[in-house]
Ligand binder design. Structure first.
Ligand SMILES: Cc1ncc(COP(=O)(O)O)c(C=O)c1O
Length: 486
């Protein structure tokens, strides 16, 4: 049986299979918030389900589909590699494709980054960056930021400043020091002993889409230089045009010593990661022939990832996606900003390029405040569900809450969005934000259901009540398709 026949035959078993063999909690979550769709096709920024419904994907696989899904040029590159039956992963050789991708990455890297190490994921690039920093400086301490996210393997988790991910997984790697993001005095205090190997941060924190003020990163980089600490920019999410510059550090003319990139580098097709680093750091780590494989992995330089990477960089350039991300992102933020004055719950609309956030906060007026408190007492960050769920069920827009326990809704769409897609987003957000301010109203009926569930789970660790009933009423028939901008 071919793989396509297998898919066809067992299409409706996906949730049951995940319940039985993978993560049943994830299935519960999907059912609870009504995200339990059967997607059968994907193209560009769109997903299609088995009922023929089209969804606009503002999550883009956690940011890997910067080019949109199933980009023909990347498919072609991968197919060419497979058809040519090239030798792959010989290991005791020097793969041409890896050399070519490294050459292209160095050509577009921030100044001074002249060597490349390939990995298979974002977290692996962070692990490598930590190890390289320790070896190259002979120091052990790593300084990282509260609220930062660098991946969930133990080294990266030790540098991840979010308690939700850390709880119960300690003890962590020793000598990791947490400081508040955006606070230079705390950074200087941490570095002053001249014993810190590296300071690692995302230029813009992905969780919460926290954009630092203009002095933070340049001064942080200068402090690192002053105290002999390496500056690691984790651009796993922000790199490759996402923020409207090729690298987010370019917004502040910062030159890191090490830069981590992954996610979108293979157009979303193949796991990939790359560490770009200064020559001297690389030369220290790989300083003798007997240490030539002192850090490495089995699949990092595989042909499919390398070919997809080369094709992805070409597509970003030829389709002018960095400029497009800057322009379209700016347009969406500009169109949505006026809602802040109009709607009390909406505290801020912010973003750079195609990395955008809507932040919600406690309102002033009494009726709205009481409703807010009901949700937030049940579970911190629950209000956001009043935005992301109707965005999905009514407007067919897939988006995410930006982090645990926060009321920030995040959009990281493909960089290829059209004007029509942008209108789809703006009209849908206007509708759901307005609806959330109708208290009492349909949105708050849903809010009550959510709050009840959250409290029940808190107290009894109970199974969530499926919300299908709610959705049937809340979807308002299919009248809500107007928000798609069609
Ligand atoms: C900034 C950042 N670093 C590291 C990672 C970890 O990447 P991966 O999930 O590929 O391990 C992520 C993933 O979201 C990320 O956003």
């Amino acid at each position: 049986m071919s793989i396509l026949e297998l898919i066809e035959q067992r299409l409706r078993e996906n949730f049951a299979l995940h319940e039985q063999y993978l993560n049943p909690q994830m299935v519960k979550v999907l059912r609870t918030i009504g995200y339990d769709r059967q997607y059968v096709k994907a193209e560009g920024p769109y997903l299609f389900d088995d009922r023929g419904e089209c969804y606009l994907d503002l999550l883009s696989g956690f940011g890997v589909f910067a080019l949109g899904r199933n980009h023909p040029k990347i498919i072609q590159a991968i197919q060419d590699v497979l058809t040519a039956e090239l030798p792959n992963l010989v290991q005791l050789d020097a793969s041409l494709l890896a050399g070519l991708l490294a050459e292209r990455l160095v050509a577009i890297a921030p100044p001074g980054l002249e060597r490349v190490f390939f990995a298979n994921s974002g977290t692996e690039t962070v692990e490598a960056a930590i190890k390289f920093s320790r070896y190259a400086t002979g120091r052990s301490k790593i300084v990282y930021c509260q609220g930062g996210y660098h991946g969930l393997t133990l080294g990266s988790l030790s540098a991840t400043g979010e308690s939700h991910y850390r709880e119960g997984f300690g003890p962590f790697v020793p000598d990791f020091i947490e400081i508040p993001f955006g606070e230079l005095a705390a950074l200087e205090q941490a570095l002053a002993g001249k014993d810190v190997a590296a300071f690692i941060t995302e230029p813009i924190q992905g969780h919460g889409v926290r954009i630092p003020d203009d002095t933070y990163l340049p001064t942080a980089a200068a402090l690192c230089r002053q105290y002999g600490t390496l500056f690691i920019a984790d651009e796993v999410q922000t790199g490759l045009g996402r923020t409207g510059k090729f690298w987010a550090v370019e917004h502040w003319a910062v030159e890191p010593d090490i830069l981590c990139v992954a996610k979108a580098l293979s157009g979303g097709f193949v796991p990939v990661g790359a560490v770009l680093c200064r020559g001297w750091i690389f030369d220290r780590v790989f300083n003798r022939m007997d240490r030539s494989v002192v850090h490495g992995n089995t699949f990092g330089k595989n042909n499919l990832a390398m070919a997809a990477g080369i094709a992805t960089l070409e597509a970003i350039e030829s389709e002018k996606l960095v400029e497009r991300a800057a322009f379209m992102g700016q347009q969406i933020v500009t169109d949505l900003k006026p809602l802040v004055k109009q709607y009390e719950y909406l505290k801020e609309v912010r973003g750079l390029g195609m990395m955008m956030a809507l932040e919600f906060a406690e309102p002033k007026s009494w009726s709205l405040k009481a409703a807010w408190k009901m949700l937030e007492t049940a579970n911190k960050g629950l209000f956001s569900q009043l935005i992301v769920v109707p965005l999905f069920t009514r407007h067919r827009i897939l988006s995410q809450v930006s982090g645990h326990g926060m009321n920030v809704v995040k959009f990281i769409p493909p960089l290829t969005l059209t004007d029509k897609d942008c209108r789809w987003i703006v009209e849908a957000v206007r509708d759901v934000v307005a609806d959330a301010h109708r208290v009492p109203g349909a949105a708050w009926e849903f809010g009550k259901t959510l709050a009840t569930q959250a409290l029940r789970m808190k107290t009894a660790r109970d199974t969530p009540v499926p919300l299908q009933d709610y959705q049937n009423t809340y979807r308002r028939g299919d009248a809500a398709t107007g928000g798609r901008g069609e």
